[in-house]
Design a protein around this ligand. Structure first.
Ligand code: SAM
Length: 239
């Protein structure tokens, strides 16, 4: 059944009046009919079963037939601090990270980030997150913040534990670092194509980030992001 995140202002106690973009998608793209059912999510923990009652050019309405807690969210909240990457690799991480269960994405600016951080694609990125969250049945759309420099992010992450996967950190695995203590929130820092500078890792370590290995092979940044998020959710019992 198709799922749509709809701003709560369009959801009343008994009905949903779909905003123009989604009305167009329902009517013209999906060619849905009166009587068809969809799931609506308010992105605040609630889900609604909705039966379409009106499908007109200017308006698509549906009647709420059931309401319940939206599922699909992991118990462990991962914030993925992801270095900006070239071409659509960063967008690939947004989509796959959403499917796996990342809660928040922070575009990271590091010494070797080659992408001009000014390439403000927030709106496009937000759409990728929303579509991925609808497709994989997330209960909420992952949050996306503005780009942050590594030093700021390392100081302000606020997570129970912060891990910085680094290919030179051969001593401790991500799983071992997570086994040390029960956690509800994890910050993951992934570097760009050129990796973190040693001084960045050292400064991060001084701020409490734990360098961990993801194995003896060098992963592309986008691969490392997905592997680290998956290993984290697995270690925390969310997969
Ligand atoms: N220094 C790497 C090289 O020689 O190609 C470049 C960095 S790698 C492409 C991008 C990021 O993925 C790194 O900054 C790190 O965060 C992560 N990464 C890749 N392989 C890793 C590994 N085996 N262990 C830990 N982190 C890894």
């Amino acid at each position: 059944m198709h799922r749509f995140f709809v701003d709560p202002q369009f959801i009343s106690d008994t009905a949903v009046s779909f905003p123009p973009e989604q009305a167009h998608q329902l009517r013209t793209v999906l060619r849905m009919n009166v009587g068809d059912a969809v799931v609506v999510l308010d992105n605040d923990g609630q889900a609604y079963d909705v039966t379409l009652t009106h499908i007109e050019k200017r308006q698509v309405l549906g009647e709420i037939t059931a309401r319940y807690a939206a599922g699909g969210e992991p118990g462990t909240h991962i914030t993925l601090y992801m270095a900006l990457l070239k071409r659509d690799n960063f967008e690939w991480v947004l989509q796959k990270g959403t499917e796996i269960g990342v809660t928040r994405f922070v575009p990271l600016l590091t010494a070797r980030t080659v992408v001009a951080a000014k390439t403000n694609k927030q709106e496009r990125w937000q759409r990728i997150l929303t579509e991925a969250a609808e497709q994989c049945r997330r209960g909420r759309i992952p949050e996306l913040t503005a780009p942050q420099p590594l030093s700021t992010a390392a100081a302000a992450h606020g997570a129970d534990i912060a891990l910085i996967p680094w290919e030179e950190a051969t001593q401790i695995t991500l799983a071992a670092a997570l086994a040390a203590q029960p956690v509800r929130s994890v910050a993951l820092f992934i570097g760009p194509e050129g990796g973190f500078a040693e001084s960045e890792v050292e400064n991060g370590r001084l701020q409490g980030l734990i360098p961990v290995t993801l194995g003896p092979r060098i992963l592309r940044a986008e691969t490392a992001a997905i592997v680290a998020a998956t290993l984290t959710l697995q270690a925390c019992g969310d997969l």
